[in-house]
Write a protein that binds this ligand. Structure first.
Ligand SMILES: [Zn+2]
Length: 180
């Protein structure tokens, strides 16, 4: 059964009622978490423009199915995989884990698009926004825990880059602050 959805544009909160002890508030779900929940929901795999209340209901359904902790875990691994992939640092092991988590690439893409659109309607809380994109690696990171990925080396020099996952906080701290 779909969780009951209450949408209040004033407070931009959508509350699922599947658990009276710990209601899931959409504003407390990051973009990645919304994507993971959509992937696990009844959302059709072919993208089409959908009313945001329906998309919100799918998100809550996905959280109900998978559990909030697992949604957060998968979202962190997905974010980590995407960060490493952007730099060309994924390994076959990491790709296998990602494909096991999300066997249908088209469905993940569809969930991405719905999650991005939903952000326009139901914003994240400040706290959620601060951790949006938090990443983890499901397996052996190419940085080997050193926070630094070697790109190239010879007798005299080593060129490496900061691990986009394990040095994420340091990288974020170097970026100039952007006011929304
Ligand atoms: Zn790393």
């Amino acid at each position: 059964m779909m969780p009951e959805t209450v949408l209040d544009r004033g407070t931009t909160q959508v509350v699922g009622s599947e658990s009276p002890r710990m209601p899931v508030v959409l504003a407390d779900l990051s973009t990645g978490e919304r994507t993971v929940a959509l992937y696990a929901s009844d959302m059709p795999a072919r993208y089409r423009t959908t009313d945001h209340t329906q998309v919100a209901a799918w998100v809550l359904q996905g959280v109900e199915r998978v559990g909030l902790d697992e949604v957060r875990r998968r979202a962190a691994f997905d974010a980590g995989y995407r960060l490493l992939a952007r730099g060309g640092h994924v390994t076959p092991q990491l790709t296998a884990s990602q494909e096991q988590r999300f066997p249908k690439a088209g469905r993940l893409n569809c969930a991405d698009r719905h999650a991005a659109n939903l952000n326009l309607w139901v914003q994240m809380s400040e706290e959620t926004r601060a951790r949006n994109g938090s990443a983890a690696v499901d397996g052996d990171c190419p940085c080997g825990g050193t926070r630094s990925i070697p790109l190239w080396r010879d007798e005299d020099a080593t060129v490496s880059r900061m691990c986009p996952v394990h040095a994420q906080n340091a990288i974020r701290a170097m970026r100039p602050a952007v006011d929304a």
